[in-house]
Design a protein around this ligand. Sequence first.
Ligand SMILES: Cc1cc2nc3c(=O)[nH]c(=O)nc-3n(C[C@H](O)[C@H](O)[C@H](O)COP(=O)(O)O)c2cc1C
Length: 192
Amino acid sequence: MERIKELIQINRSYRRFDNSKDLDMGFLEDLIYSARMAQSAANLQPLRYVTVTDREKAAEVYSTLGWAGYLKDWDGPEPDERPVGYIIILSTKDSSYAQVDAGLAMQNICLTAIAAGVGSCILGNIKKERLMQILEIDESLNILYVVALGYPVENVQVVSIREAADHKYFRDEEGNHYVPKRCIEDLIIKEL
Ligand SMILES: Cc1cc2nc3c(=O)[nH]c(=O)nc-3n(C[C@H](O)[C@H](O)[C@H](O)COP(=O)(O)O)c2cc1C
């Protein structure tokens, strides 16, 4: 398989990591380099980033996040499986395309990370006011998303949505995580 397709295939949302394996700040800076290279509407580049590798700060960031809403019996990763790094995506308040820019930047971040064997999860379920306080962010910026990072310790697989009950991801008894994706035939509505 071409390398880019292989990376896209394994670029899943990982939510359990080896908490004993640190990431260094230089690695997170590399990820921001990839974010910097992303397309940006009108090239306004409204995004800003906070990078976190400090253990105490990481624990504070973790406390603001909501994990895997569809897994009702799971409250998020246990301490030894929590992320070891975070990138917080912020935007200046004057940009109407910041959400699109954030999507593109996060995809570059996640693909660059997985190319180095580092898994990620984009999180939008955030106690934003609390996280603003923790990071001491002033009112000129909005928090959009958090990207959690670490070396994955879970098996995440794509399955056809036709073989699943619906679109909701699920786990089996061994803890394998399955992500139903729609079939190509259901996505392309016309080929002209
Ligand atoms: C904008 C956005 C917000 C997300 N927010 C959360 C979140 O708050 N918590 C979480 O556990 N996963 C979150 N996810 C991950 C999705 O649940 C995940 O992308 C989806 O289940 C498909 O799995 P996949 O990424 O492995 O393809 C988010 C993903 C995106 C793109």
